[in-house]
Design a protein around this ligand. Structure first.
Ligand code: DQA
Length: 139
C-alpha cells in the first residue's frame, strides 16, 4: 500500500511554530514514528509552502497512490484551486488538521477542500495523520 502525506504552508515549522497549538514535535520525527509503526506500507511525504506545488503533487500522485492525507494549512480555508485538484484526481483524499479548527477563529471553520475529500479529521494533534492512515488501510 502506498500513501502520500502532503503538508502545506508553515507546517515545515512544526515543533518550532506556536507550540501551544501545534506541539513541540517536528514532522520528520513524527514521520519516522509513523513509518516504523506502519512498516508494511509505504508512506511518502511532501511539504510545500507554495499553492501551485501542492497542486502539482496532487496531480503527480493522485492517479496512482492508494490514498492521500493532506493538511493544506491555511490554504484549506482559501484555495479553490486545491479543492479543484482534489476533485480532479482518483485517489481518496483525507483532510487533516492538528488543531481543532472549530475551537479557533471563525475563518478556520470553513474548509473549501472538505466537500471533495473522503472525510476530515481535526483536533487530535499529530495523531490526526495516523487516524487518517488507519482509515485508508481499512477501506
Ligand atoms: C492547521 C489549521 C489551519 O487553520 C492553519 O492555518 C494551519 C494548520 C492545523 O493543522 O491545525 O496552518 O491546518
Amino acid at each position: 500500500m502506498n500513501i502520500q502525506i502532503i503538508n502545506g504552508p508553515n507546517l515545515n515549522l512544526l515543533g518550532v511554530r506556536e507550540k501551544s497549538i501545534y506541539g513541540d514535535t517536528g514532522f520528520e520525527t513524527y514521520l519516522n514514528q509513523l513509518r516504523s509503526r506502519y512498516a508494511n506500507i509505504t508512506i511518502n511525504y511532501y511539504q510545500s509552502n507554495v499553492e501551485g506545488e501542492i497542486i502539482n503533487k496532487l496531480h503527480e500522485v493522485g492517479f496512482s497512490v492508494d490514498g492521500i492525507v493532506i493538511n493544506a494549512g491555511a490554504y484549506t480555508h482559501t484555495s479553490v484551486a486545491i479543492a479543484d485538484a482534489i476533485a480532479a484526481i482518483n485517489s481518496p483524499v483525507i483532510e487533516v488538521h492538528i488543531s481543532n479548527v472549530y475551537k479557533r477563529e471563525e475563518f478556520r471553520h470553513k474548509s473549501l477542500l472538505a466537500a471533495s475529500c473522503k472525510g476530515v479529521i481535526a483536533g487530535f494533534g499529530l495523531d490526526s495523520y495516523r487516524l487518517a492512515i488507519e482509515n485508508l488501510m481499512n477501506s
